[in-house]
Design a protein around this ligand. Structure first.
Ligand SMILES: [Zn+2]
Length: 501
């Protein structure tokens, strides 16, 4: 069996400030850099991405992967037309050159929007189908945050969606996709039916976390229903910051028995809807969050973690807003716990490089962070002007060992830790979500010993930080990523979803 394999990953926040251009895919940043052919296999094979799981399973089954492109860029505003068309052209060129293949596997996100295409994956699938025809087996993996379209559902035989957030099961999703493909390829395999239902509301990112109710129970129910009905059952929770008609959660399933698929889909749909009130988000204003953290940190032996969710670089933020830094300073957090309050990673190449140039021990005057446009167009808080002491510097090459990142290496450029009135600010020259304890430790901050840590993340940080945290709070400081989807100025959601409470 020759299986054509390719990957395209982008999570698009149409309200975010900066687009994903070709350079963003060449860099990759939170994903491996753009690669093609056997170089792609070498790069992705050892990763924690779905493609790695699929490739391992494919080899175990004696299949031969025919590698094309890997293209992934950090979440942001839409993919530029130029970048999408380059990626698509390379993939289609490889597909034409591949000759006869027995199947196609695509490692997709499912929430990509391009400048010229609301449904980027749907378009890519249609172009692939135009080459391979309507019947060649085609399976793909999707991120839990996929904004799935009916067009996508019609074009693929099956999708395997991640079932965890933080996403610690990407490899397993790839393996599951390979299992589905194997069943699809088996001689005499019956035709598969796909059934789906859209949920009538959007789910905030923070409450999609599968480490907590209600998502934990919903995912358990999904597994029970899948087993009981003998079907493949999936829940794409959606990425709730894309102003497109297909934004939002979708329950879907595949199987030989269309009625069984429909029953399982209906049951899971009803379960999510019945828990409607439980998906509501509870957050704190920045100073409220810091005051609460100071109270909880008294006598705690583990840190209180505050998620600066609206500046999450994994959802379209630039990781440079200052609302929580202002709040920490205003509440005197660094004076209360000197050296034991940390915030990171703050993306500020100018400040990071100035601190590195000055060297450890230097005192200098710095401007920290930026004022950017929040999702509603208003400016976020002003930069923090402060006298700082440089505590540590780094070249920003950080081997990662966390539950989501093990085996990877962050490349953040010049980085520094500066002390601002007792608060340790971790400065980086590249954007990276705080999803690994190593991203504190490389600048000499031991998370376990902190009283308060502010992380630029919505949910992914929990994989590494929940085991060491006494408490976790979610703060809503002005930023580009709306924690509450209801805050966004939607214009294109279908009325049945947009107008409901
Ligand atoms: Zn995701």
């Amino acid at each position: 069996m020759r299986i054509f394999v390719a990957g395209f990953q982008h999570e698009t926040n149409t309200f975010a400030p900066s687009k994903a251009d070709w350079a963003a895919f060449e860099r990759g940043s939170s994903y491996p850099a753009f690669s093609r052919g056997t170089a792609m296999l070498d790069l992705i094979g050892p990763s924690s991405l779905p493609m790695a799981g699929f490739l391992a399973e494919a080899r175990a089954r004696g299949w031969t992967p025919v590698p094309s492109v890997w293209a992934g860029a950090t979440p942001s505003a839409p993919v530029t037309e130029d970048a999408f068309e380059r990626i698509s052209a390379a993939l289609l060129q490889d597909l034409h050159a591949a000759g006869r293949v027995d199947a196609v596997f695509l490692d997709l996100h499912g929430a990509a929007v391009a400048e010229h295409l609301d449904d980027a994956e749907g378009e890519l699938l249609a172009r692939v189908r135009a080459v391979v025809g309507p019947t060649l087996p085609l399976v793909a993996t999707l991120d839990l945050h996929a904004n799935l379209s009916e067009r996508m559902l019609a074009l693929a035989d099956a999708f395997a969606v991640y079932r965890t957030y933080p996403h610690v099961d990407m490899v397993q999703a790839g393996q599951r996709a390979a299992g589905m493909l194997a069943r699809r390829l088996a001689p005499g395999a019956p035709r598969w039916h796909t059934r789906h239902r859209r949920l009538p509301f959007l789910l905030p990112l923070n409450t999609q976390c599968t480490l907590m109710a209600p998502a934990t129970e919903v995912m358990q129910r999904l597994a029970e229903l899948q087993a009981a009905h003998g079907v493949e059952l999936e829940l794409a929770m959606g990425f709730p910051a894309a102003d497109i008609a297909d934004c939002g959660p979708v329950v879907f399933g595949h199987g030989a028995d269309a009625q069984a698929v429909q029953q399982a889909v209906d049951a899971l749909h009803d379960e999510v809807v019945a828990r409607r009130a439980e998906w509501a988000l509870h957050w704190l204003a920045p100073r409220e969050a810091v005051r609460e953290a100071l109270r909880l940190a008294e006598g705690a032996t583990q840190p209180v973690v505050i998620a600066d969710t609206q500046d999450n670089p994994g959802a379209g933020g630039d990781s440079n807003t200052t609302g929580l830094l202002h709040a920490l300073l205003a509440e005197g957090a660094g004076r209360r716990f000197p050296g034991r309050v940390a915030l990171g990673l703050l993306f500020d190449p100018d400040a990071a490089q100035a601190a590195c140039a000055a060297g450890v021990g230097a005192q200098l005057s710095l401007s920290l962070g930026r004022s950017v446009a929040a999702y509603d167009g208003t400016p976020t808080d002003a930069p923090v002007q402060a006298e700082v002491t440089v505590m540590a510097t780094s070249d920003g090459i950080v081997p990662l060992h966390g539950p989501m990142t093990a085996g990877g290496t962050a490349r953040l450029g010049p980085c520094a830790r500066v002390d601002v009135q007792g608060v340790q600010v971790l400065l980086a020259s590249a954007k990276a979500q705080m999803l690994d304890l190593d991203l504190c430790r490389f600048l000499g901050v031991e998370p376990v010993k902190m009283a308060i840590i502010v992380v630029k993340s919505s949910v992914h940080f929990r994989a590494a930080f929940a085991p060491v945290a006494a408490h976790i709070l979610v703060a809503k400081a002005p930023g580009p990523m709306a924690a509450d989807p209801a805050d966004l100025p939607w214009t294109r959601l279908p009325a049945d979803r947009a107008r409901r409470p």
